[in-house]
Design a protein around this ligand. Structure first.
Ligand SMILES: *Cc1c(COP(=O)(O)O)cnc(C)c1O
Ligand code: SF4
Length: 359
């Protein structure tokens, strides 16, 4: 292909694609207008920014309402805190028995080995904590956290989160999975990750091998839009499924402008299922600072899910949950189809009783 360089001029090797991490890089890549640079710089000084090559390929710079760009590109609105927003909306801090562990429930606890993510979501509930620098447990701290799991027999499930546990080196991840698998009372190892959709190239054979365990291993993939299930993402998920036999679950956040219609949710959940990912949770947005532009009221969320019930395969139905502010745990938000009226249960039918139409 003619590329403008005169014949016989030695050309520089193509630069490997890199993750974009600053306002200047986003402007240079044509993802932000020059006029937006100063505001984006101010946001990036406060909250981490990262757009991987895979995510960049999903973006459509010609679409001013692009549901992918909206999730990752810094916006001036992030510097405005709305009433009710807090730095630690899920109140992890009081539930931390040792550094890197959060135990809010009797039978399961989080292990946060690092705070880095492949991308930084603009609506993140841990946005005050996550970022590329710092936030990695030292070897001694990781040992202490793993020891805590080993001497806490009521805890049957270790949930690796962060940050994103698939950002660990395969060697470090393998060590954690091995140590947890050696604890007799750990029955389930769960990982929450955005890597399979945000940076599928990280899902190497070594990373898949690191997850090899005789314990039940659940990988909960965070994705919010059907388009995130690209061919590369689906291939990465297939490697994870076939490699160690991980069970794949999906978690999404209900987000204004990204998935706030019945059509967008249906497409998202269908794309998940086609990639062997069972929708597990649809989260109500946690009120982290500067995230109000993404908020969808609970009544609207319930109405959206109600439209899917019956019409879309039951496999697609997630539990719609709110992490109750202050650390009370995740509560299901419905919608309910049953209610007590004058001592009698009334149950709404999700479908009108008509047979399905012709083929
Ligand atoms: C979300 C969460 C869990 C997992 O809850 P499940 O309902 O089992 O998915 C565990 N611990 C903490 C602190 C959490 O925030
Ligand atoms: S991947 Fe998860 S933890 Fe990381 S920025 Fe996004 S929402 Fe936050």
């Amino acid at each position: 292909m003619f590329d403008g360089s005169p014949p016989d001029t030695p050309r520089a090797a193509p630069r490997p694609e890199r993750t974009l991490r600053s306002a200047a890089e986003l402007v240079a890549a044509g993802l932000l207008p020059e006029a937006g640079r100063a505001a984006a710089e101010a946001v990036a000084a406060r909250y981490a920014v990262a757009v991987t090559p895979a995510v960049r390929r999903l973006m459509d710079p010609a679409d001013p309402a692009d549901p992918i760009a909206l999730q990752y590109l810094p916006d001036a609105a992030e510097l405005l805190a709305a009433p009710g927003e807090t730095a630690d909306p899920t109140a992890d801090a009081p539930f931390t028995p040792v550094k890197g562990v959060v135990r809010r429930y009797p039978d399961r606890a989080l292990l946060k080995p690092l705070l880095a993510c492949p991308v930084y979501c603009r609506f993140c509930f841990r946005r005050e904590a996550v970022g590329p620098d710092g936030g990695v447990l030292s070897e001694a701290e990781l040992d202490a956290a793993l020891d805590w799991f080993a001497r806490t027999p009521a805890v049957r499930e270790a949930i690796l989160t962060g940050g994103d546990p698939l950002m660990l080196s395969p060697r470090r991840l393998a060590r954690i999975v091995e140590r947890l698998s050696a604890v007799p009372h750990i029955e389930i190892i769960r990982l929450h990750s955005r890597v399979p959709v945000a940076d599928p190239a990280r899902v190497t054979p070594a990373l898949v091998r690191a997850l090899d365990t005789d314990r039940a291993l659940f990988l909960c993939v965070h994705a919010n839009h059907a388009r995130e299930f690209s061919a590369e993402a689906r291939a990465a998920l297939a490697r994870l499924h076939r490699g160690g036999g991980a069970a794949l679950l999906g978690q999404s956040v209900l987000l204004r402008g990204v998935n706030d219609s019945a059509e967008a949710l249906e497409a998202l959940f269908r794309a998940m299922l086609a990639a062997r990912v069972k929708p597990y949770y649809l989260h109500q947005l946690d009120p982290a600072p500067g995230t109000a532009r993404f908020a969808v009221p609970i009544a609207e969320g319930r109405a959206l899910l109600r439209q899917l019930r019956g019409r879309v395969t039951g496999l697609a139905w997630p539990t719609y949950v709110l992490d109750v502010p202050g650390g009370g745990g995740k509560a299901p938000l419905g919608p309910d189809f049953a209610r007590l009226e004058d001592g009698e249960w009334r149950v709404d039918a999700p479908l009108r009783p008509e047979p399905p139409g012709p083929e």
